[in-house]
Design a protein. Sequence first.
Length: 354
Amino acid sequence: MKKIFTLVCLALVTISANAQREIWDPNTEEIQALITTTLDNPTKISNDNFLLVDPSVTVFPVGTRDDCQTSGDWSSIIAKASKIEMTSWIMETGTTSVKLKVVSTPDTGDAAERKTNGLQMSAFGGGQTLKGIDGYQEFTQCLKAKNGSAGIGYLEFTELNSEGNNTKRVYETPWNPNCGVAPAKGFYCLFTPSKDGYITAGIWINKNQKGRAVYVVDGTDYSAIRDLKILGFRNNNTYEFKGEVGEGESKPATCIEWKLDDNYNLVIDDGNIDQQFCAYITWQVKKDVNYYLLGNSTSFGIYGFFFDETDPAGITAVTEAEKVDGTVYNLAGQRVDKNYKGVVIQNGKKYMNK
């Protein structure tokens, strides 16, 4: 009896811990007000990599930019450039245990001064609500920027086009796992936890995903983390399903698990890339370490995030109590009855209850 009582207490402690999940949702009134304040108070940032050639200087005759693009030698432009300031929107927010800094630095020019190009809430994150997994927070809109690609360098200049007119050109150096520095511009999220645990962020990536990388960057050495759990879909207004269903049964509304290849690109196995992508991304975090979340060469947004001290996809001490009384729990550690539909845990095992 004493052993049973101890195991039940462990289960109650686990359920209590899961119930204290910390959630950051940009669709709340409080965060909406903070977004408005952020948009009304942009800042100017400068970086030795942000360079501008005066528009009156014609750097190239027609067609020579392609030669630089191929060779990677931009020294002839850089020699004529000067450091510039760029408009940036920086929002500091988060939960009790996780500080979040959302940074958006669009390119220069008139478009960069528009607030909606800096930060905006979007329900079109595919038009979808991010949901479909028991125990995971549902999100309805994402926070994004028009210029969503995080970079480490930016160069703006003019050259003659085929008609002999000056034309604006931009050379961008996207962030990559080998650059050894933090992202400097574009759109990215910086998480700083005050305790060990797991962060699960809801993200949106624009269509044409092939060759689009997803990075979670460890701020201790600016290396990309490969051990990510990615659960998502890219089927416009429905969830993808890979598996089999019985005759007369419908496909369950759920996300599927995705992988990253050696270049941190999403693995697209059917060739259909012209779809937007929404997903939960989970990674383990350490106290006081900075983690950057960003995309590459595409628009990128965040639906929100939640923080757990234990792995949200794992089975904790609840399973010990289940061995005693056969009680059924969902993946959030909440007790449910036999009519509950979805993935459940009973007698130490996961299974689908239809």
